[in-house]
Write a protein that binds this ligand. Structure first.
Ligand code: PLP
Length: 380
């Protein structure tokens, strides 16, 4: 391929492209759903919950307005009390911490491993008599070392809960993200692995009681027959997955496995193109670990010249992002965090997300590869 074949611009994420991809079908799904008046908690939500539960291998899935609320309700359903501590990686979206805080708990952020997932040994060091749960985050579509975390949880008699917002379809030793603990949560934010055209989320669980409570709490405390008058037994809120979003998600769900495979193929291309760039630290490749199926919500690299690399790529039409706005959870000092996490601090000075999604065609991927190589003084 010669340079003139390459696109000049590869946005980090092409939001209009997400709709344009199957525009007529999506418009028809929305039209049909709206025409039948299917707006709130109709059959499309039920169908989506069944699909999701079957896909991940959980007894229950409950559609919720977004992942942040799914986590908040999950904590409330398991009876998190004021002062209860929950251990999380600092390398996560502040939303993980917000859910704990809003449910009354105290957030305890800890260090990461070189692959970006939480360090189980640091999780264990953070356990105190007030610890109420361990919460791994399956960041970038890669599942944490769940054997190590499960072992710690067993020894300390603590439940695991999972923020699997970035990992729908990822597996570890044959088990899906979201199913390793008392509950797991997913996000259907447009740029997530399975994205809808707005906010959306879900909680999955094998626990009948947690499922019953979350189902009630997302809908003002009403029971499954949607009766409220005099019947509410828990304080609820409005945190429902919109029925039109559920209809779109049902339509997109069959495409998910191919989209994950495309992401893995792009990861393979990046890994091959950057293999000789010693300055870069790459994420584990898709084929390196027989125990894991990583689904590459993100391709997160580390560079000692991260800011120059980002600027160079921007000048050459390649959109990149520094995850979470470049701030780890423990670095939000004004929210009261005081932890000292030097490995996470260093990671956040170096990390960068390259374009990674199923909408990227081969020429877009090649353009990213060429520009990253050029920055390092290498010919394509
Ligand atoms: C996207 C994301 C969330 C938040 O999901 P919403 O659906 O936007 O609430 C939480 N945690 C992680 C790790 C995420 O990537």
């Amino acid at each position: 391929m010669n340079a003139s074949d390459l696109p000049r611009s590869v946005p980090f994420f092409d939001f209009p492209g997400l709709f344009r991809e199957h525009e007529r079908e999506y418009a028809e799904v929305m039209r049909c759903t709206a025409a039948k008046g299917g707006f709130i908690l109709q059959t499309d939500v039920v169908e989506f919950e069944d699909r999701l539960a079957r896909f991940v291998g959980a007894r229950h899935a409950i559609g919720v307005s977004d992942c942040t609320n799914a986590m908040t309700l999950g904590f409330r359903a398991m009876g998190l009390k004021p002062g209860d501590e929950v251990v999380i990686p600092s390398h996560t979206f502040l939303a993980t911490a917000q859910a704990i805080h809003f449910a009354g708990g105290i957030v305890v952020p800890v260090e990461l491993l070189p692959d970006g997932t939480v360090d189980p040994a640091d999780m264990e060091r953070a356990i105190t008599p007030r610890t109420r749960a361990l919460m791994p985050v399956q960041v970038n579509g890669r599942i944490c070392d769940m054997d190590a975390i499960a072992d710690i949880a067993r020894r300390h008699l603590l439940p695991i809960v999972e923020d699997a917002a970035q990992a729908l379809g990822a597996t570890y030793k044959g088990r899906c993200a979201g199913t390793f603990g008392a509950w797991g949560s997913f996000s259907f934010y447009p740029s997530k692995l399975l994205g809808c055209f707005g906010d959306g989320g879900a909680l999955v669980t094998d626990d009948d009681e947690i499922a019953r409570l979350v189902r009630a709490m997302r809908n003002h405390g009403a029971n499954e027959h949607k009766v409220l008058g005099g019947e509410a037994e828990v304080w609820g809120t409005n945190s429902r997955l919109d029925n039109i979003h559920a209809a779109i998600l049902n339509h997109k769900f069959p495409l998910l496995p191919a989209h994950l495979e495309r992401r893995r193929e792009i990861a393979r291309r990046y890994a091959a193109a950057f293999a000789d760039l010693d300055e870069l630290t790459l994420p584990p490749g898709p084929d390196g670990d027989a125990d894991r199926y990583d689904c590459f919500q993100n391709y997160e690299i580390e560079s000692p010249r991260r800011d120059q690399l980002k600027a160079y790529l921007a000048a050459n039409g390649v959109g990149t992002i520094i995850q979470w706005g470049g701030t780890a959870v423990h670095q939000f000092r004004r929210l009261g965090f005081t932890q000292h996490l030097p490995r996470t601090d260093r990671f956040f000075e170096r990390c960068l997300l390259l374009p990674m999604n199923h909408l990227l065609d081969d020429s877009a991927v090649a353009h990213v590869c060429v520009m990253v190589r050029r920055f390092h003084g290498r010919d394509a």
